[in-house]
Design a binder for this molecule. Structure first.
Ligand SMILES: [Cu+2]
Length: 162
């Protein structure tokens, strides 16, 4: 019996190791990635995407970052974001000025329509993990300074779909 039990434990460990190795290889763990300053706050950096002229875009929420971390758009642009939680914990997409606060459970998604500021960056963050750098921004042209002008707006729909 002890021998069988340890064989089971070993098999479970192998399965866990396999699951972990399926993380995207080019992306470092959040704690290993670089940190950038977005609208005056530290953010775990998982890339910047140019979304100027794009009307729908997917943002991954994971442990503990947003990918992409910075969306670079144009002044006043509106965009529909699909928030997809690929992590193992609930995460939120929260923008104080726009009164956006969406909690997404693991494996589910939600959509929200948000607008870019006139200049600079509007900060978004996860209420649960912002202290660990789970933050990002809606940036006009890649300028990461805090936003001026529009405070943003939103139209949120929550729930799994598609
Ligand atoms: Cu989170």
């Amino acid at each position: 019996m002890p021998r069988n039990a340890s064989a089971v434990v070993a098999l479970v460990l192998v399965l866990l190791a396999t699951a972990c190795s399926e993380e995207p290889k080019q992306e470092p763990q959040a704690t290993d990635g670089d940190t950038i300053v977005v609208a005056g706050e530290n953010a775990n950096n998982h890339g910047t995407e140019d979304v100027a002229g794009v009307s729908d875009f997917e943002v991954e929420m994971d442990n503990f970052y947003f990918r992409p971390t910075v969306l670079s758009g144009s002044a006043g642009q509106t965009i529909n974001l699909e928030l997809l939680n690929n992590g193992g914990s609930p995460h939120t997409f929260t923008i104080d000025a726009a009164q956006v606060d969406i909690e997404v459970q693991p494996g589910l998604n939600a959509t929200t329509k948000v607008s870019f500021p006139e200049s600079g960056t509007i900060l978004f963050y996860c209420r649960f993990h912002a202290g660990g750098g789970m933050r990002g921004g809606l940036s006009v042209g890649g300028d990461l300074a805090p936003a001026s002008g529009s405070e943003g707006q939103s139209d949120t729909k929550i729930g799994p779909y598609g």
